[in-house]
Design a protein around this ligand. Structure first.
Ligand code: DAH
Length: 366
């Protein structure tokens, strides 16, 4: 069990891209906030410390004790007694925010998950979360379910335009669209036409009616509320045509100078396409079942001073008929987002990764 956090991840704590002027993450956040500012009645509190109690991140949200998201291969535990984590979603702030008097709020913050390494996944990203327990008087006497749907229809049109193609995937028809902390849950799927004419469907948010037991924990027994949560990186990548999620963390002016508050339609101009370097690593899995792809990616994160790995792809897997042993081969794609890497630098990192794989994840290198 590990409580160490890769430097590339820990140094992101406090960067708060969602509050950095003219940063694409802040521009998208502001656009969403402006919709709810126009609605009236919402507060916009922010809790900037991403270290939270496990209770608030999981237990009070009724996330079952055996849920995968609790596994140390998915979540960064930051205390030896496993009582605190880097929050894995902004829903972790629901109970603290409501119990401190925020009954209708929209919040935003950085969240952390161990994950794959590729162009759309990064262990730190940003989410917006909304909660409303006191109806908007201008909506009259409508149910929480209706209120949620009215707000979501408005938000999606505000973000994507009046003619956008989208649908609500309701939990009753799509059991996969459910969350432990809500009932009558749904996901919103937006279908966009890409510049090359093809269509792409993306899930932009999850939402539902908050479970009564959570309302109780919030001191609002007998009241009802809706909540929703959405990620910002994927939206910003789509709106601006940003090809690699690591670019959001760039301090290179060739990236940052391309975005201006309020300007929502400019397209990102790539400023470099440096050569990639591939390294394959193949190994037999041990029989203790210790190896996981996420832990492998986390070791890579820990061994890289900077974000020099673009992607980790499973290239090949087979089982030896005689021994029953499983072999896997992964390709690690090295490419710095803005500078050229030396062979020496890559070889050192690759050797360290290979050593730790054998030591920590019970595999035998081939
Ligand atoms: N916390 C969820 C996630 O990170 C998103 C979410 C879903 C938030 C439904 C909500 C909700 O408030 O009602 O995937």
């Amino acid at each position: 069990m590990t409580t160490t956090i890769p430097k590339a991840v820990s140094e992101k704590v406090g960067r708060n891209l969602h509050n950095q002027e003219n940063h694409p993450i802040k521009i998208v956040k502001d656009r969403i906030f402006s919709f709810f500012k126009d609605c009236g009645g919402f507060r916009f509190p922010e809790r900037l410390d991403p270290i939270v109690e496990v209770e608030n991140n999981f237990d009070k949200l009724l996330i079952p004790s055996n849920h995968v998201s609790r596994s140390p291969s998915d979540t960064y535990y930051v205390s030896q007694d496993m009582s605190r984590v880097l929050r894995t979603h902004m829903t972790a702030e629901m109970v603290p925010l409501v119990t401190s008097g925020n009954y209708n709020y929209i919040t935003c913050g950085d969240v952390y998950r161990k994950d794959a390494i590729d162009s759309t996944h990064y262990p730190v990203f940003h989410q917006i979360e909304g909660f409303m327990s006191q109806g908007n008087p201008s909506h009259g006497d409508i149910s929480v379910e209706e209120s949620l749907r009215i707000h979501l229809h408005g938000l999606i049109k505000h973000l994507f335009g009046d003619t956008v193609k989208y649908r609500f995937m309701e939990e009753k028809d799509h059991p996969e669209c459910s969350f432990p902390f809500t009932y009558n849950s749904l996901e919103v799927e937006v279908t966009l036409t890409l510049p090359d004419g093809t269509e792409k469907a993306i899930e932009v948010l999850g939402a539902g009616t908050v479970q009564p037991r959570i309302m109780e924990a919030c001191g609002l027994s007998g009241k009802s509320a809706w909540a929703f949560g959405m990620g910002l990186e994927r939206l910003a990548m789509l709106f601006y045509g940003i090809p690699d999620i690591r670019l959001f963390w760039s301090t290179d002016h060739r990236f940052l100078s391309q975005f201006k508050e309020g300007d929502f339609s400019s397209k990102f101009q790539p400023f470099s396409s440096l050569p990639a370097c591939y390294k394959d690593v193949a190994f037999w899995l041990g029989d203790k079942g210790k190896f996981t792809y996420n832990d492998f990616c986390n070791i890579i994160k820990e061994e890289c001073e900077e974000d020099i790995v673009e992607e980790v792809i499973l290239k090949d897997t087979f089982t030896n008929g005689k021994t029953g042993k499983v072999s896997e081969c992964y390709r690690i794609v090295y490419r710095h987002p803005s500078r050229t890497l030396s062979n020496e630098e890559i070889n050192t990192v690759q050797d360290n990764i290979r050593n730790r794989l054998e030591k920590e994840l019970d595999v035998t290198l081939r």
